[in-house]
Design a protein around this ligand. Structure first.
Ligand code: FAD
Ligand code: A2P
Length: 362
C-alpha cells in the first residue's frame, strides 16, 4: 500500500471512535428522557402502577398510592394515656368456643386526644407485674372501631380481644393481657399507647376494590373498613362514599364464633352490588378434601373472580389474624394464579410494593 493510501485508511479508522461516541451521546440522551418521564409518572395514575399479569418481578411500581397523614405513637410506653372502660361484652353466641369480647375505652382524659385511623393498632399495658416483679410489657391490639369510635363522638376506641388460653402440664394457662382485658369492668382505667401501624390503611380511592381475608379477631381492622364503607352514620360524616367492591372472607371455628356477623349480613343485604361476605366455618363445614373448611379453601373456590379483581390495579388485599394462615393463603393464591398463567411468587412482591397486598398476622 502506497503511503498516501495508508494515510486515507488510517484517517478513516480514526473517525470510528468519534462516530461511536456521537451515537452513544444520542442514545443516552434519549434514555434519560424516557426515565425522566417514568419517574414523573407522566400518563400513569398511582393505582395503575402495577399491571399484575404483564410485568416482571424486577420491574418496580413507578408510583406508590398516596397514604393519608396518619398519627403514630402519640403515647409511648413510658407515658401512656389513661382510657376508661365504657363497655365490655361478649361477641360470641351460645355454643361458641373460647371467649372473645368487644371492649370500648373513653379516651377523653388524654391530652392530646389519642387519634387514629382505620387499620391501626394500639398498645395495652396490663395492670400488675410479671414474675420478676417488673411492670408488664405492652401488647398490641388491632383497633376495631373507626376514627369516629362506635358512638361517632371521636373520643373512644374499641378492641376485639380473644382470651388466650392453653393447657400446660395439665394446667390451664390464661394469657396475661387478654385475660386482663376480657375481665375488665366499665369505669376501670387502662394504660394505652400508640396508635401504631401503617400496613393496614385503606386507600383513599372510593372506587377501590377491597378483598379482606380474616380469621378470628383478625376481623378487627375489617370491621373498621366495613363500617366506614357501609354504616349510614359513617357515610354521612365522612366525605367518602365507597363505590367499589368489598369482599370479606371470614374464618371462624363455629357459626356461634362469627364476629359482628349480623352487621356484615346487613351490609350485604343493603349493598348487594358493593359487598360480598363469604364464611369458612372450620368445624361445621368441610373442604373438597374432607378437611376443615378454611378461608384459603374459599379463596380456591372463588379463584377466577378473585384474580379477575386482582388484575384491576384498583384492587387491594388485606390479611389479618392467625399467623398460621399465611402459608395456606400463599399456597391457595399460587394455585389460583397458576390456573390463570400468573406466577404468584412474582406477582406478590409487586402487589406488596404497590401497597396492594397488606398483611398483619400474629
Ligand atoms: P401472654 O401472657 O403474653 O402469653 C403469650 C405467650 O404464651 C406466648 O408468647 C407463648 O410463649 C405462650 N403460648 C401461647 N400459646 C401457647 C400454647 N398453645 N402453648 C404453649 N405456650 C403458649 N389479639 C387479639 O385478641 N385481638 C387483636 O385484635 C389483636 N391484634 C394484634 C395486632 C398485632 C399487630 C399483634 C402483634 C398482636 C395482636 N393480638 C391481638 C395479639 C395480642 O397482642 C396478644 O399477643 C394476645 O392477646 C396474647 O397476649 P396475652 O398477654 O394474653 O398472652
Ligand atoms: P380451627 O381452629 O377449627 O382449626 P378463632 O380465632 O376464633 O379460633 O378462629 C380462627 C379460625 O381460623 C378457626 O376457624 C380456625 O380453625 C382457623 N384456622 C386455624 N388454623 C388455620 C390455618 N392454618 N389457616 C387458616 N385458618 C386457620
Amino acid at each position: 500500500m502506497a503511503y498516501s493510501e495508508a494515510k486515507v485508511v488510517v484517517g478513516g479508522l480514526a473517525h470510528i471512535p468519534i462516530v461511536v461516541g456521537v451515537f452513544w451521546l444520542i442514545q443516552s440522551f434519549i434514555l434519560r428522557r424516557i426515565d425522566a418521564n417514568k419517574s414523573s409518572g407522566e400518563g400513569i395514575t398511582p393505582s395503575q402502577a402495577v399491571a399484575p399479569s404483564s410485568q416482571s418481578a424486577e420491574q418496580k411500581p413507578l408510583i406508590k398510592p398516596k397514604r393519608p397523614n396518619v398519627p403514630v405513637n402519640t403515647y409511648k410506653p413510658k407515658t401512656p394515656c389513661l382510657g376508661t372502660v365504657v363497655e365490655n361484652y361478649s361477641l360470641l353466641k351460645d355454643g361458641a368456643i373460647g371467649r372473645v369480647n368487644h371492649i370500648t375505652f373513653d379516651l377523653s382524659e388524654g391530652d392530646p386526644l389519642l387519634k387514629y385511623v382505620e387499620g391501626q393498632s394500639i398498645g395495652i399495658i396490663p395492670a400488675g407485674e410479671d414474675a420478676k416483679g417488673k411492670p408488664h410489657k405492652l401488647r398490641l391490639y388491632s383497633i376495631a372501631s373507626t376514627r369516629h369510635g362506635d358512638n361517632m363522638a371521636g373520643n373512644t376506641v374499641s378492641l376485639c380481644v380473644r382470651q388466650l388460653q392453653y393447657e400446660k402440664d395439665g394446667e390451664t394457662i390464661n394469657g396475661v393481657c387478654s385475660s386482663y382485658l376480657c375481665d375488665i369492668n366499665p369505669g376501670e382505667k387502662v394504660k394505652i399507647t400508640g396508635p401504631v401501624g401503617k400496613e393496614m390503611l385503606l386507600p383513599e380511592d372510593e372506587n377501590a376494590n377491597i378483598i379482606m381475608l380474616a380469621t378470628g379477631t383478625g376481623i378487627a381492622p375489617m370491621r373498621t373498613y366495613l363500617r366506614r364503607m357501609f354504616e349510614p352514620a359513617e357515610r354521612n360524616k365522612n366525605n367518602w362514599n365507597y363505590k367499589g367492591k368489598a369482599w370479606l372472607f371470614m374464618g371462624a371455628p363455629k357459626t356461634a364464633n362469627l364476629l359482628y356477623d349480623a352487621d356484615f349480613e346487613h351490609y350485604e343485604k343493603t349493598f348487594p352490588n358493593n359487598f360480598k361476605y363469604t364464611k369458612a366455618i372450620s368445624r361445621e363445614q368441610s373442604n373438597s378434601k374432607g378437611g376443615r373448611m378454611y378461608i384459603q379453601d374459599r379463596v380456591l373456590e372463588h379463584a377466577d373472580e378473585i384474580f379477575a379483581l386482582i388484575e384491576n390495579p384498583k384492587t387491594y388485599i388485606y390479611l389479618c389474624g392467625l399467623k398460621g394462615m399465611e402459608p395456606g393463603i400463599d399456597e391457595a393464591m399460587s394455585a389460583a394464579a397458576a390456573a390463570k398463567g400468573i406466577n404468584w411468587d412474582e406477582l406478590r412482591p409487586q402487589l406488596k410494593k404497590a401497597h396492594r397486598w397488606n398483611v398483619e398476622t400474629y
